[in-house]
Design a binder for this molecule. Structure first.
Ligand code: ATP
Length: 334
């Protein structure tokens, strides 16, 4: 089992309040991603769960037991770091086996677990190599192997893929997700990459300045952002946000519409504008349109759109895809 519950968790470093009361219930077996801008407290929250930092207030429960006074090694969690943290002088086998040796497991059992993990991670041919003889992706697999063999209640991943190049990140993203589903072990994964968050998570925690802005499935966050922060953070390119008369007419302080929900129409019924930049990606065309008092709006058209800078266009948002926000930035759901 691996249910993790946070109740009013607080953390200050000296006078600086970093985590401002986090409440969260992570069910057993879930893949939960912490996402948010740099410095919002993602890593700090993960380290509090791991026990690498002490809480300043609140409780952390693992399967119902408060662990705030339990040392990291006794929490039954395995952490995987961005830096891999492998022992350079040990072989892959030695690195994966290390924690089990420390725990005093019999040699035969250690070998059996190490070989099973290596097979799962396609590391069998590399068991006798040193970390320096491996690629970045292989090193990260060793770090994951070391976490798996301990059969933890949960995996804690701290930006594990950020040292890898773009193509390898995509591949490892799929591998990590598949492995977690196969093992059924709870996972908490920290990233600042919202695409990673959207594609990997069962549920996402959006953090901002030490507070949880929203906790929900990727689709819930996309379709029903709780507030302006989440609306602006989830989705790429970003949601268009419009204030002024256009918003007040709809009973809102701000309205939002995603670039994929704005169409270029030729009946003249909509918002007039002028193309500032057209980006032709082949699969999509991104238009940046100066729409006067509405500001510069981003439009995402599927396929090739034969428009270029200077062209006059009319933009029409899909009426049932317009988000409304009050003067506090909270979503107004009709
Ligand atoms: P990033 O995406 O850049 O890694 P993050 O969301 O993981 O950011 P944290 O590393 O949790 O952010 O840091 C949150 C805040 O806490 C930052 O302002 C950071 O400077 C501060 N902080 C973290 N650790 C300490 C520490 N040991 N002492 C003092 N301040 C700290």
């Amino acid at each position: 089992m691996g249910r993790i519950t946070l109740e009013g968790v607080q953390k200050s470093f000296g006078p600086v309040h970093i985590i401002k009361g986090a409440d969260l219930d992570i069910p057993d077996g879930a893949f939960v991603v912490f996402v948010g801008p740099s410095g919002c407290g993602k890593t700090t929250l993960l380290r509090l769960i791991a026990g690498l930092e002490d809480v300043s207030g609140g409780r952390i429960l693992i399967d119902g037991n408060n662990v705030v006074d339990v040392p990291p090694a006794k929490r039954g969690l395995s952490m995987v770091f961005q830096s891999y943290a492998l022992y350079p002088h040990m072989s892959v086998r030695g690195n994966i086996a290390f924690g089990l040796k420390m725990a005093g497991l019999p040699k035969a059992e250690i070998n059996q677990k190490v070989e099973a993990a290596a097979a799962t991670l396609n590391l069998t041919p590399y068991l006798d190599r040193k970390p320096r003889e491996l690629s970045g992706g292989q090193r990260q697999r060793v770090a994951i192997g070391r976490a798996i063999v301990r059969e933890p209640k949960a995996f804690l991943f701290d930006e594990p893929l950020s040292n890898l190049d773009a193509a390898l990140r995509v591949q490892m993203r799929l591998e990590v997700t598949r492995l977690q589903k196969q093992l059924g072990t709870t996972a908490i994964y920290v990233t600042h990459d919202q695409v990673e968050a959207m594609t990997m998570a069962d549920k996402i925690v959006v953090l901002n300045a030490g507070r949880i802005e929203q906790y929900g499935s990727p689709i819930e966050l996309y379709q029903k952002p709780a507030n302006l922060f989440v609306a602006g953070f989830i989705g790429s390119p970003k949601m268009n946000l419009i204030t002024g008369d256009e918003a007040t007419q709809r009973g809102a302080a701000t309205i939002g519409v995603r670039p994929e929900h704005v169409a270029v129409v030729d009946d003249g019924q909509g918002w007039p504008g002028k193309v500032v930049i057209a980006e032709h990606l082949g699969s999509d065309t991104f238009l940046y349109v100066d729409a006067g008092t509405l500001g510069t709006l981003t439009v995402r058209c599927v396929g090739e759109k034969h428009l270029s800078a200077g062209d006059a266009v009319t933009l029409r948002p899909e009426p049932n895809r317009i988000y409304r926000f009050d003067s506090n930035g909270q979503s107004i759901f009709a």
